[in-house]
Design a binder for this molecule. Structure first.
Ligand SMILES: NC(=O)c1ccc[n+]([C@@H]2O[C@H](COP(=O)([O-])OP(=O)(O)OC[C@H]3O[C@@H](n4cnc5c(N)ncnc54)[C@H](O)[C@@H]3O)[C@@H](O)[C@H]2O)c1
Length: 406
């Protein structure tokens, strides 16, 4: 695979990542990661390449692999591998064994820090014999859920920061990033109209509310499915219809899952799906649409467009699955908009810097310090050339806050 196109993609992303450019200038001077080895497992495309280069510019040697076999872009991987101090082990369409072998390869140099997306690196490190590690960062909701389970069981043996839970991450990345890029992936791969169609969105969490909001903006009639009564009421009050999946799917033209849960589109739901329904997932793992049952129900299966599998059921209905039920925005698109990942990766880079500066930290799940959220928000506003008001001394006293700088 030629690296030429990969370099062009990286240059385009970089030109739209003002926070990265500011941090790069700071890091080149400060070199916070001097002498450190970092292993990254992340959706390997142009923005993540920019993050790897930022850590390298901060003094680290960086080993990079994918966090999903379909989201790795080979041209970007080839371009990144040509960078000094960056070592790439990833390929698009890796088999399960190749995917795990690549994860093992980035851990081989015994990195002091990891940057994980989904929790696969952390799991492998726990299967390996003890060795010193400063800790790391976790990018996504599903990975944080896995870490929280380990932390509560007392088996997480090094500090990990829940980057996903930082406000400057999930408020923008999960909601506006997934909201836009999920539809980008669906529309690129199908070339179909959304206006006037029935869209069912599974979940009303950070990602799924973004997907529902953007479907509404495209002119769809949107139904939300939930298991959390509070989220269901939020969806209702935001103007959506709320119904169980087995009911909602009967009229659905598109079903999009983003729950982090398993078997969300069940066998029962698939049995009642409308002829021609398109099924896509934006949750971390490809477990939300029950593909095993869909296969078992089908008389024939074929790829009808790139990334679109047509399942012809025994009764003649046709259902379509996009991107093998993997995160559709990355499997069939370029992932989140560049400016969104610029914010998320500023949080990542500053959190890794915090980890180095404060090492050794207690093992377990750590929250990203509020000061990092505040710094990233202030930097983002500056790059947008937007000013806001500041509290006066009188206002601070009235609100019972310490005086400024105290
Ligand atoms: N595609 C991407 O680029 C991308 C980006 C960020 C996060 N993610 C992933 O998306 C998933 C969701 O993340 P989030 O931040 O929105 O999580 P979240 O916890 O904010 O929301 C999940 C929602 O799904 C609901 N839910 C759970 N099981 C359900 C079920 N069976 N049926 C209907 N609703 C159900 C929950 O009640 C919750 O409201 C995770 O796997 C996360 O890792 C993907």
């Amino acid at each position: 695979m030629t690296s030429h196109e990969g370099h062009a993609k990286i240059a385009w992303a970089d030109a739209h990542m003002p926070l990265r450019q500011r941090l790069r200038n700071d890091f080149l001077e400060e070199r916070p990661f001097a002498g450190k080895k970092v292993a990254m497992s992340i959706h390997l495309e142009a923005k993540t390449a920019c993050l790897a280069m930022l850590l390298r510019d901060g003094g680290a040697q960086v080993w990079v692999t994918g966090s999903n076999p379909l989201s790795t872009q080979d041209d970007v991987a080839a371009a990144l591998a040509e960078e000094n101090g960056i070592f790439v082990h990833a390929r698009h369409g890796a088999s399960e064994d190749e995917y795990v072998a690549d994860l093992r390869s980035v851990l081989k140099p015994e990195p002091e820090m990891i940057l994980d997306d989904g929790g696969d690196l952390v799991e492998l490190l726990h299967a390996a014999p003890d060795r010193p590690i400063l800790g790391g960062c976790e990018e996504t909701t599903t990975g944080v859920a896995r870490l929280r389970a380990r932390s509560q069981a007392g088996t997480l043996r090094f500090p990990m920061f829940a980057v996903n839970d930082a406000l400057m991450k999930h408020l923008f990345d999960n909601r506006y990033g997934t909201g836009q890029s999920t539809w980008d992936g669906i529309l690129r791969s199908t070339n179909l109209l959304v206006a006037g169609k029935n869209v069912v969105v599974a979940g009303y969490g950070w990602c799924s509310r973004g997907i529902a909001m953007r479907a509404q903006g495209l002119g769809a009639r949107v139904t939300v499915t939930e298991v959390d009564p509070v989220k269901a009421i939020e969806a209702l009050m935001d103007g959506f219809v709320v119904a169980p999946m087995v009911e909602a799917i009967r009229d659905a033209d598109f079903v999009v899952t983003a729950t982090g849960c398993v078997d969300v589109v069940t066998e029962d739901a698939l049995c009642g799906a409308k002829d021609g329904c398109l099924l896509a997932n934006a949750g971390h793992f490809n477990v939300e649409i029950n593909l095993e049952h869909l296969k078992a129900m089908s008389a024939s299966i074929r790829e009808t467009r790139k990334g679109v599998m047509e399942y012809t059921l025994q009764d003649g209905r046709k259902l379509y699955v996009l991107g093998e039920g993997r995160l559709v925005n990355l499997a069939l698109g370029d992932g989140h908009p560049v400016e969104i990942m610029d914010i998320s990766f500023a949080v990542q880079a500053l959190t890794l810097r915090h980890l180095v500066l404060h090492a050794p930290l207690e093992p377990g799940l750590h929250a990203v310090p509020d000061s990092i959220d505040a710094k990233v928000a202030a930097m983002k506003l500056e790059t947008l050339d937007v000013s806001i008001d500041t509290l006066s001394e009188t206002q601070r006293r009235y609100l019972g806050l310490d005086s400024e700088g105290a």
